[in-house]
Design a protein around this ligand. Structure first.
Ligand SMILES: [Fe+2]
Length: 456
């Protein structure tokens, strides 16, 4: 059955044109020029949606909404306000009163169609349902100065909330967050712009069904590896949740890229657990970055990707050797110490891979004392992401068989006692903090790096 919509606007031509546009888009529609007329119509029939102007001579749209609010609730009628001059505070107030949506005048008819579809939860058949990338809504509000095509997922359909260029106010987005919405969705093209990684779009959106299943399987496996790891239980739960969401978001882009997926697949096949290790490093590095408020998507996505991929060079190193390198001869040691070069070589074959990811691949075993490998670089030459990921990898070396909080404490104390000259003290201190373990007294003066503007 067609949804029934009532349009109220004191400008007859506008009421009429909105009414007829809705009628040509599969709705039943009525229009009138005053709320008094609307009252009469409401007595006669049921409407699924009322679209009302705000400023009208006899009664404002907001007053009208308040006067019939109870009936609207009972009859399950939605309410959209059309307005040209409502500031964000008034808009927030109207949302708090219970208005479902706003549409700014003058509006594009396609925007009207999107908002109506959204409120009535009617999917747009022209939207391809396969190509969306998820972004945390709160993170999006904080970070996005750009305007993208923004979609919401409602009843398993992706619906357009705003088209490019349409002013989507923070008040409107915050209203969605308030209502409990956690994510918005972007197209592949916009997502790569959003995280500032310009992968070729064609490789992002073309994937055969079978590969899709493989990808999903590996993605689920890695996410599960992280969330079921014993150390996570002892982590600050707020940071854990944020880091897991970030890891899922940013690894999604990695999985959607054919070349990267092949690399990840090779890291997890034939007895190698390099992808699992990469996922752990990626996740914990992301958690630390979040604690440092390095939450800009450009930063988090690069850290997540670098952590995930930096050990791909070990793919050609015998597994046993990776696990226990001290028992091997100098030739093997050399081979091991060359893996950052190999990682760099493998990753640099990926078109458009971010520069920082390549840098971390080369530098993730360099240390702050200047005697890491393969280049023995001094601290000043190390990229902040490399110092972060190096510290996290070393932490996992100590945590191999640890599960309890005292195991974590022991690993951290070892890091602090024996590697304080080579691992970033900021990383060590943050690990103490996010695992809720008392920071050693002589570390209390160490400042954490909350400044990010230089790195974007
Ligand atoms: Fe490594």
């Amino acid at each position: 059955m067609k949804k029934n919509i009532l349009v109220i606007d004191d400008q007859l031509d506008l009421a009429e044109s909105v009414g007829s546009f809705l009628a040509t888009n599969g709705y039943q529609s009525h229009y009138c020029i005053s709320t008094a007329e609307a009252q009469t119509l409401l007595k006669k029939e049921h409407f699924d949606l009322i679209i009302s102007d705000v400023v009208m001579p006899e009664q404002s749209g907001i007053d009208f909404f308040m006067s019939i609010k109870e009936d609207l609730r009972k009859n399950q009628t939605s309410f959209i306000l059309m307005t040209g001059d409502l500031d964000s505070i008034s808009m927030q107030k109207a949302y708090d009163l219970g208005v479902d949506e706003f549409i700014s005048k003058p509006f594009d008819l396609d925007d009207l169609k999107n908002v109506v579809g959204l409120v009535l939860r009617q999917a747009d058949p022209t939207i391809d349902q396969q190509k969306f990338f998820r972004v945390s809504l709160t993170e999006f509000i904080q970070s996005s100065a750009n305007r993208f095509d923004i979609f919401l997922q409602i009843d398993s359909n992706f619906m357009c909330l705003a088209r490019k260029g349409q002013e989507l106010s923070d008040a409107r987005l915050q209203n969605y967050a308030k209502k409990g919405l956690k994510y918005v969705y972007l197209t592949a093209a916009d997502y790569t712009k959003y995280i500032d990684i310009q992968f070729s779009i064609s490789t992002l959106v073309q994937s055969k069904p079978l590969e899709q299943v493989k990808k999903q399987k590996l993605f689920t496996h890695l996410t599960k590896t992280i969330s079921t790891s014993a150390y996570c239980e002892h982590m600050n739960s707020e940071i854990f949740k944020k880091a897991l969401t970030s890891f899922e978001n940013y690894s999604q882009i990695a999985f959607s890229h054919e070349d990267i997926f092949k690399i990840l697949e090779s890291m997890s096949s034939e007895g190698h657990d390099l992808a699992d290790h990469g996922a752990q490093v990626s996740f914990l590095s992301t958690a630390i970055a979040i604690h440092w408020k390095w939450t800009h998507p450009k930063i988090l996505s690069k850290i997540a990707m670098a952590g995930l991929l930096c050990d791909v060079g070990l793919r050609v190193t015998p597994e046993l050797f990776v696990r226990n390198r001290t028992q091997f001869d100098p030739q093997h040691v050399k081979q091991f110490e060359n893996h950052p070069y190999l990682s760099y070589e493998i990753l640099s074959t990926i078109k458009d891979i971010p520069e920082e990811v390549l840098l971390v691949a080369q530098q993730h075993h360099e240390n702050e004392g200047g005697f890491g490998f393969p280049q023995r670089l001094m601290k000043e030459k190390l990229h902040p992401y490399s110092r972060l990921i190096h510290g996290v990898s070393e932490f996992f070396d100590h945590l191999d068989s640890a599960g309890s909080k005292s195991d974590i404490q022991k690993a951290l104390e070892q890091l602090y006692s024996f590697q304080r000259k080579t691992i970033s003290l900021q990383v060590i201190k943050t690990l103490f903090i996010i695992f809720g373990i008392d920071v050693p007294k002589d570390m209390t003066g160490i400042l954490l790096p909350y400044e990010t503007s230089r790195m974007i």
